[in-house]
Write a protein that binds this ligand. Structure first.
Ligand code: MRU
Length: 348
């Protein structure tokens, strides 16, 4: 099942808020459709948000084609659209990374017709999409190398096909290791408040016939204490230069529990999830979302309507708690400031 695809000058987004009940694609013909889809989590997951935003820029360019007398004004309008798209969610750095790439292409375009500008932008969005696929597949295979004997693993949130351009980050590793018979069973924690683990991860793994068992988030410690899981693997929304990692709220709790029980805790993420401009997780902006996500469940109200609510969508796990970070360039080990800068030097 494809999370997104482009056809007939429009972006089709599998509406994840309806899963697993309904498989329905939203047709985005305007950049504003993409803006809404990202904000409402109809499409989500750090790498996929970046890809979708890039296509959102293309939609904006198509929308305003022929509205301006000169290409500079047209380009300025596209920059404005890009800025608006970058404001949809604050934590996943892939969003800013992808938009920066689109702006860099826009700034270097020497062609002057609107059609030529649109073509270059579309080519860049396609490249962001295909590069994501390629890095995802490499990362999955590197990650599988971490498993030397068959184990049960715990994963959190959704990091699979629905969150990336391919097989997934943490779920990509799980898929590869499962194929290699190094993973026996996967525990998916449901991931309150929006249940990405229950609705999306359980759904994806069951489609692939991977042995998955759903648990509530507050069962994680008990599973560990009873030696039911031997490794944890999660994705990331932003990784600072020292390896501190922002991911779905609740990830930090799992990392602390893993340390207490001497269980390896792995993070899987492409290099586009690293933010080299920040030295530590202290500088990561954490998205806070609407209180409705906490006080209701579907259409049922589950708390007093006027109760005060704190709803951060992400937390930051200190790098010391992370046993390894799996990337498309290989496996990084603590201290991450050193292993990350070594990879960057090799990249340059
Ligand atoms: O709020 P979401 O559903 O976008 O949060 C997603 C996560 O936290 C994922 O773990 C992360 O983006 C990595 S996806 C490969």
């Amino acid at each position: 099942m494809e999370a997104i695809y482009w056809s007939d000058d429009s972006l089709k987004i599998l509406n994840q808020t309806l899963l697993p009940i309904k498989v329905e694609y939203k047709i985005c013909t305007k950049w504003q459709d993409v803006e809404i889809a990202i904000k409402r989590l109809e499409v989500r997951g750090a790498p996929l948000i970046g890809v979708v935003a890039a296509y959102g820029v293309v939609l904006g360019a198509i929308q305003y084609k022929n509205d301006f007398n000169n290409s500079n004004d047209f380009k300025e309008k596209i920059r404005e659209v890009s800025y608006r798209l970058s404001q949809t969610r604050p934590t996943a750095v892939n969003l800013f990374w992808a938009i920066e790439k689109m702006i860099a292409v826009l700034n270097n375009i020497s062609e002057t017709t609107d059609a030529e500008i649109i073509l270059k932008l579309k080519q860049e969005a396609d490249k962001i999409f295909s590069d994501n696929k390629e890095s995802n597949e490499k990362l999955a295979l590197y990650g599988a190398e971490l498993f030397t004997k068959p184990v049960n693993v715990l994963t959190y949130c959704n990091t699979g096909t629905l969150a990336t351009a391919a097989c997934g980050t943490a779920l990509g590793v799980i898929r590869a290791a499962y194929d290699q018979k190094k993973i026996v069973k996967v525990y998916a924690a449901e991931t309150r408040p929006l249940l990405q683990g229950a609705r999306l991860t359980a759904f994806e793994l069951m489609q692939d016939k991977i042995d998955v068992t759903l648990i509530t988030d507050n069962m994680v410690g008990w599973l560990m204490k009873n030696k039911m899981v031997e490794a944890c693997i999660v994705g990331a929304d932003r990784i600072a230069a020292n390896g501190d990692t922002a991911n779905k709220i609740g990830t930090y709790t799992i990392a602390v529990l893993a340390k207490e029980h001497n269980i390896p805790f792995y993070v899987a993420a492409p290099l586009s999830t690293f933010d080299f401009t920040i030295s530590s997780g202290k500088d990561i902006v954490i998205e806070e979302r609407e209180k409705e996500e906490i006080i209701s469940f579907g259409s049922s109200i589950t708390a007093p309507l006027d109760v005060k609510v704190f709803n951060p969508a992400f937390d930051v796990t200190n790098s010391e708690l992370i046993s390894a970070i799996i990337t498309e360039k290989g496996i990084l080990k603590y201290p991450y400031s050193e292993s990350i800068s070594k990879i960057c030097r090799e990249e340059a």
